[in-house]
Write a protein that binds this ligand. Structure first.
Ligand code: NAP
Length: 306
C-alpha cells in the first residue's frame, strides 16, 4: 500500500500512515504518574522520527495535551503536520457531552489557542450527545471548514446509525472508533459503510492499551478483566503466533502488529499511544517490517477466534 493517504473527501493528505496517539501526553486526569517532560520528549521523538499525524483531544489533560503539542510543533514546519483534536465534554457543564453548534464552535477556537495554530487538520466530535441532531452538529463543523478553521470533519464513538445520520449530507470525512485485533466489531458493518462513503477510519486502542505489545503474561490476567479467562488465554496464544513471525523479522510483537494495521486496507492511519520516547522510537521501526501476504493472513487468522 502507498504510504500517502487522503482523509475522506477533504483536502488533507497524510504522508505517513503511522501517527501518534497522545492521551498519555499531559493526560493527568486519565492516567497516574505522567510527567509532562516525558510527554514533550515523546512528541519530539515522533516528529523527529518522521511521524506527521498527531491525535489529541481536549479531554487529554483538559487541554494540557494540546498545550504540550502546541509548544513542540512551534519548532516544526506546520504545513507538514496533520493535527487532529476532539471535543465534546463541556467544561462549563461538569464535562457533560455537548455537540451544540455554539459549543463546538467555541471548542475549536479554544483548541486553536492551546495548539498555537490557526487551523486544525481534523476536528472530531469526541462523543455524541443525546440532544443535538447530528446534522446540526456536523453543519456547524461544515461552517468551520468553510471558514478555514478546520480542514476535515470527524466523529468518534458514534454508533453506525449515528454515523449515517451525521453523514446525511456526505460531510463526514473521518471516523475514529475502537478497533484492534481483539476488538473487531467494526469489520462487519461499519467498515463497508465507510468504504462505500469515502470516509477514512482511524482505530483507537490499536495495541489494546498495551496488551498487544506482548509484554503481559498469564500472571497479568487481573489487569485485563474485560476479557474472560478463556479469552485472555486465547489472546496470549495468538500473541505467541505473532511472536514467531516477529522473530523472523527481527522485530517486536508491537512492531509486527502495527505493521499489520498499516497493511490493513480498511485503516487510514494507525495512532499507537505511548508513555515514553523509547516506546515511540521502537514503534517507529514498525514501518520497516514488511509482512508477506501469508504472514498478514496468519495474524488475521490467529485473532479470528478470541
Ligand atoms: N476517540 C477516542 O475516544 C479515543 C479513545 C482512546 C484513545 N484514543 C486515541 O487513540 C490513541 C491510541 O490509544 P491508546 O494510546 O489508549 O492505546 P494503545 O495505542 O492501544 O496502547 C498504547 C499504550 O501501550 C503501551 N505501549 C505502546 N508502545 C509500547 C511499546 N513499544 N512497548 C511497550 N508498551 C508500549 C503504552 O502504555 P504503558 O506504557 O502504560 O503500558 C501506551 O500508552 C490514544 O493515544 C488517543 O490518541 C481515542
Amino acid at each position: 500500500m502507498t504510504n500517502e493517504f487522503k482523509i475522506g473527501k477533504s483536502a488533507v493528505t497524510v504522508t505517513n500512515r503511522l501517527g501518534l496517539g497522545t492521551n498519555k501526553v499531559g493526560g493527568h486526569n486519565l492516567f497516574q504518574d505522567l510527567k509532562d517532560e516525558n510527554g514533550y520528549a515523546l512528541v519530539k521523538e515522533a516528529l523527529n522520527g518522521g511521524i506527521t499525524l498527531l491525535d489529541t483531544a481536549y479531554m487529554y489533560g483538559l487541554g494540557r495535551s494540546e498545550e504540550i503539542i502546541g509548544d513542540v510543533i512551534k519548532d516544526h514546519d506546520r504545513s507538514k503536520i496533520v493535527l487532529a483534536t476532539k471535543a465534546a465534554q463541556d467544561p462549563d457543564k461538569d464535562h457533560q457531552l455537548n455537540n451544540s453548534p455554539q459549543f463546538l464552535t467555541a471548542a475549536v477556537d479554544d483548541a486553536l489557542k492551546r495548539l498555537k495554530t490557526d487551523y486544525l487538520d481534523i476536528f472530531y466530535i469526541h462523543f455524541p450527545d443525546k440532544d443535538t441532531p447530528k446534522a446540526e452538529a456536523v453543519g456547524a463543523l461544515s461552517r468551520l471548514k468553510e471558514a478555514g478553521k478546520i480542514r476535515a470533519i470527524g466523529v468518534s464513538n458514534f454508533s453506525l446509525e449515528q454515523i449515517k445520520e451525521a453523514n446525511t449530507d456526505g460531510l463526514v470525512d473521518i471516523v475514529e472508533d475502537q478497533y484492534s485485533l481483539v476488538h473487531r466489531q467494526p469489520e462487519e458493518a461499519e467498515f463497508p459503510y465507510l468504504q462505500e462513503n469515502q470516509i477514512s477510519f482511524v482505530p483507537y486502542f490499536p495495541l489494546a492499551a498495551g496488551l498487544l505489545t506482548g509484554k503481559y503474561s498469564a500472571d497479568d490476567a487481573e489487569k485485563f478483566k474485560q476479557y474472560t479467562p478463556e479469552q485472555y488465554t486465547n489472546i496470549l496464544a495468538a500473541l505467541d503466533k505473532v511472536r514467531t513471525i516477529a522473530t523472523a523479522h527481527d522485530a517486536t510483537v508491537a512492531q509486527t502488529l502495527i505493521a499489520w494495521y498499516l497493511n490493513n486496507p480498511a485503516i487510514s492511519v494507525v495512532i499507537p499511544g505511548a508513555r515514553t520516547a523509547k516506546q515511540v522510537h521502537s514503534n517507529l521501526a514498525a514501518q520497516k517490517v514488511a509482512l508477506s501476504p501469508a504472514e498478514y493472513e496468519q495474524i488475521d487468522q490467529a485473532f479470528s477466534q478470541i
